[in-house]
Design a protein around this ligand. Structure first.
Ligand code: AMP
Length: 116
């Protein structure tokens, strides 16, 4: 797996490439997905370069909770009062394409189940 400090998401954190940022604090950043799969599609990422959920350690437990609470805060901020889906793709079979942990917020339409 590639170094998470070298991904496109670290470049967004460092403002080396542009993104439509909707929320930022000292631990997390949220920005709109460049290829949205729903009317609202936002990614929440830790600033710390953790490659994937499987790489999170017990020492990251507060950060992991912060990321979920950031999802809730951002969803409220953008008006997803009817609900939304949160997705973490992990590793190859999970369909992960960017090796920097990210939580997808998908909303603005009714989601289907099961996912593909
Ligand atoms: P995943 O497949 O779970 O790894 O999701 C990676 C997501 O990052 C995809 O939904 C991409 O559309 C999105 N993405 C890739 N590059 C960018 C970018 N420069 N700005 C915003 N979203 C991006």
């Amino acid at each position: 797996m590639s170094n998470p400090s070298d991904t496109i998401f670290s470049k967004i954190i460092r403002r080396e490439i542009p993104a439509d940022i909707v929320y930022e604090d000292n631990l997390a950043l949220a920005f709109r997905d460049i290829h949205p799969q729903a009317p609202v599609h936002i990614l929440v990422i830790p600033k710390e370069p953790i490659a994937c959920l499987a790489d999170a350690e017990s020492q990251n437990h507060a950060l992991m909770g912060h990321l979920l609470l950031t999802v809730k805060r951002v969803a409220e901020q953008v008006g997803l009062q009817n609900g939304y889906r949160v997705v973490i793709n992990n590793g190859q079979d999970g369909g992960q394409t960017v090796n920097h942990l990210h939580l997808h917020i998908l909303g603005g339409r009714a989601m289907q189940w099961p996912p593909g």
